[in-house]
Design a binder for this molecule. Sequence first.
Ligand SMILES: Nc1ncnc2c1ncn2[C@@H]1O[C@H](COP(=O)(O)OP(=O)(O)OP(=O)(O)O)[C@@H](O)[C@H]1O
Length: 325
Amino acid sequence: MSALLQVSNLVTEFGGGGGHPGLKAVNDVSFTVSRGKVLGLVGESGSGKTVTGFSILRLLERPGRIAGGRILFDGTDIASCSEEEMRQLRGKRIAMVFQDPMMTLNPVLTIGTQMVEAVQAHDKVSKEVARQRSRDALGLVGIPSPEERLSSYPHQFSGGMRQRVAIAIALLHQPDLIIADEPTTALDVTIQSQIIYEFQRLAEESNTAVVWITHDLAIVSRLADDIAVMYAGRLVETGPVGKVLTDPRHPYTAGLIASVPSQNRRGEPLHQIRGMTPPINRLPEGCSFRTRCDRATEACRIMPGLIPEEDRSFRCIHPVMKEVA
Ligand SMILES: Nc1ncnc2c1ncn2[C@@H]1O[C@H](COP(=O)(O)OP(=O)(O)OP(=O)(O)O)[C@@H](O)[C@H]1O
């Protein structure tokens, strides 16, 4: 069975034109997500995760543009869809949840008004049916007394509850794919756990595919089936989450994992990847990570391609190999 979402060699640029090359915020990125599976898209700030999500939904604002590659959603080429076809897909078959729920919610309308509008934007149903669906969606994400809460305004909810409402709106049309961009980053850990649990259930029971964008490896290890690690706009490692997080190949992935606090390393100083991610207009030639990498050699002045190994791949000619005891 082919994957629901197939992103192949995606390039997204900002600026450029008039003979000048644009800045590649996303450069030659490929991954797939199947129904019922969760892909964790990880990387430091500025690595291109959000731009990848926005490219899939064609939500890029000028001067951003898809400059190359292909995004196939259930067989449909997103790049060649008309704006009207995209409007039909967005919210109905592909939904996005943002870190800040107020990107979704309108502060001056009640939750009920917004949810009914969201239902009726895609389905010709009566207001009563739309309200019932809204109540059900609020109940699904654990909002108590959904009927009463439909009359509330966003500011009458706590931050965690507002995020649940935003997720409920994303679920209204039972989308096939949800792109969740750091939806739990601003929430305390108990609410975070509940929301992660809801997404797990969604993937398992409703067969929804999820792209979960985050810099938090702990969340990815709990939630995701597969992981795609981005660095400076490129994918540097991808594969099943269990394999990549326990036995990483790319030194950047290994550095990220070593930076996560762990009970096993209590008392040891926390590892830090030295230096900072260079801005995309000042990337070193060759491997973008080489200026921060302890394994780099002269040979890294040439950008390596993705090297396949069984069901995973990595972009490094000096990969990390776990020592076998
Ligand atoms: N509107 C824009 N105009 C120009 N450059 C942009 C624009 N939006 C994003 N970029 C650039 O694209 C690159 C990738 O940004 P992106 O927001 O995708 O990173 P990210 O990995 O999601 O980071 P974060 O975790 O901080 O959200 C960055 O270098 C950023 O400066």
